[in-house]
Design a protein around this ligand. Structure first.
Ligand SMILES: NC(=O)c1ccc[n+]([C@@H]2O[C@H](COP(=O)([O-])OP(=O)(O)OC[C@H]3O[C@@H](n4cnc5c(N)ncnc54)[C@H](O)[C@@H]3O)[C@@H](O)[C@H]2O)c1
Length: 286
C-alpha cells in the first residue's frame, strides 16, 4: 500500500512512537486521525502537523480505549472527515498498573486489569472495527491493521507479567486474524519493539536499563517497521522484531512435529471460515 493518499487511524498518536508515525505518514502525503486520551498533547500534535504540512492533514479525536464508544466514534469521524480508512494502527499502551504484591488495580471494581484492557482488549476491539470496515468497503482496497506488541510479546516477564500476557495476546490476535484475510480483505502485522526511548519508560526503569547496559532504540527505528508493514503487501501475520542490532521478520514459533498438526487444524478452520462466509453472503442477499 502506498502512504501517499492513504488515511490512517493511530491510537496513542499523541506521544512516543504513535506521534512519530503520524508525522511520518503526513510528511509522505497521508492523512491521520490521532485517537488518544491526552487532550493536551493530542490536539497539539494535530495542530503542529497541519501547520507544517498543510491544513486538513491531521485530526485529533478524544478517545479512551476503555470506553469503546469513543473508539467507534473515532472510526466514524475518520470516515466523515477523510472519506475512507486504509490503515488502522492499534498502538496505544500503558505499563503494568498493579502487581501481585499490590493487587489494587484501577479497574478493580470492573473485575478487570487496566493494562489488559488497554493493551489487549482495546487492540481486539480496534481490529474488529477495522475488519468490519475493510470487509464491507472493498472499493477502498485492501486494509492493513498494525498492532504494537513488544519484546515482551515474545519474551516472558517476571516484572510485568500482565503486560507480557497482553503483548503475547496481541501477537496471537494478529496471527489469528491474518488467517481470515481471504474473507476480511485485511492484512495484520504485529510490531515487537525493543525498549524504546519514549515517555512510557519511567525514570527508575531507565535507571535499571542503564545500570545493566541494556540499550534503548529510538522511535524512528520503529517508524521504519510501521512503514514496512504498510508498504509491503506481502506481510500478513508477520511479526516485525525491532531489536537493537536489526529489524527482522520473526518466523512462526512452532516445533517441527507440531507443524503437521497445526496445518491440519488450519485446513479445518479454513473450511469453517468458508462456510461462515457463505452464510454471511446468503444473509445479505436481497
Ligand atoms: N517504549 C517502549 O520501551 C516500548 C517497547 C515495546 C513496546 N511498546 C509499546 O509501544 C506502544 C506505544 O508506546 P510509547 O512507548 O510510544 O508510549 P507513550 O506513553 O509515549 O505513548 C502512549 C500513548 O497511548 C495513549 N494512551 C494510553 N492509554 C490510553 C487510553 N486508555 N486511551 C487512549 N489512549 C491511551 C497515551 O495518552 C499516549 O499518548 C505501546 O503499546 C507500548 O506498550 C513500548
Amino acid at each position: 500500500m502506498k502512504i501517499d493518499g492513504s488515511v490512517a487511524i493511530i491510537t496513542g498518536g499523541a506521544s512516543g512512537m504513535g506521534k512519530a508515525l503520524a508525522e511520518k505518514l503526513v510528511s509522505q502525503g497521508g492523512k491521520v486521525l490521532i485517537a488518544d486520551r491526552d487532550t493536551t498533547k493530542g490536539p497539539a500534535v494535530a495542530d503542529d502537523l497541519n501547520e507544517r504540512f498543510g491544513a486538513g492533514k491531521a485530526i485529533f479525536h478524544e478517545t479512551d480505549l476503555t470506553k469503546w464508544k469513543t473508539l467507534e466514534a473515532a472510526f466514524e469521524k475518520t470516515k466523515t472527515e477523510f472519506g475512507k480508512i486504509n490503515i488502522v494502527v492499534n498502538n496505544a499502551g500503558i505499563v503494568e498498573t498493579s502487581s501481585w504484591i499490590n493487587d489494587n488495580d484501577p479497574r478493580e471494581d470492573m473485575c478487570d486489569y487496566l493494562v489488559l484492557n488497554v493493551d489487549l482488549t482495546a487492540v481486539a476491539k480496534g481490529s474488529r472495527l477495522a475488519i468490519q470496515y475493510f470487509a464491507n468497503n472493498r472499493d477502498v482496497g485492501e486494509g492493513v491493521v498494525i498492532s504494537t506488541s513488544s519484546l515482551y510479546g515474545l519474551f516472558n516477564s517476571g516484572i510485568v507479567p500482565l503486560y507480557a500476557a497482553a503483548k503475547a495476546g496481541v501477537v496471537s490476535l494478529v496471527k489469528s486474524h491474518a488467517m481470515q484475510k481471504e474473507f476480511t480483505n485485511t492484512r495484520h502485522v504485529a510490531i515487537c519493539p525493543w525498549f524504546v526511548d519514549t515517555p512510557l519508560l519511567e525514570e527508575h526503569f531507565r535507571g535499571a536499563l542503564a545500570y545493566n547496559k541494556v540499550e534503548l532504540i529510538q522511535p524512528e527505528r520503529v517508524v521504519e517497521a510501521f512503514v514496512m508493514a504498510i508498504e509491503n503487501d506481502d506481510l500478513n501475520g508477520a511479526i516485525l522484531k525491532v531489536f537493537p542490532d536489526q529489524t527482522s521478520v520473526q518466523e512462526e514459533v512452532l516445533s517441527t512435529e507440531d507443524l503437521t498438526l497445526a496445518k491440519h487444524v488450519r485446513v479445518m478452520e479454513q473450511f469453517i471460515l468458508k462456510r461462515q462466509d457463505e452464510a454471511r453472503l446468503n444473509e445479505t442477499k436481497p
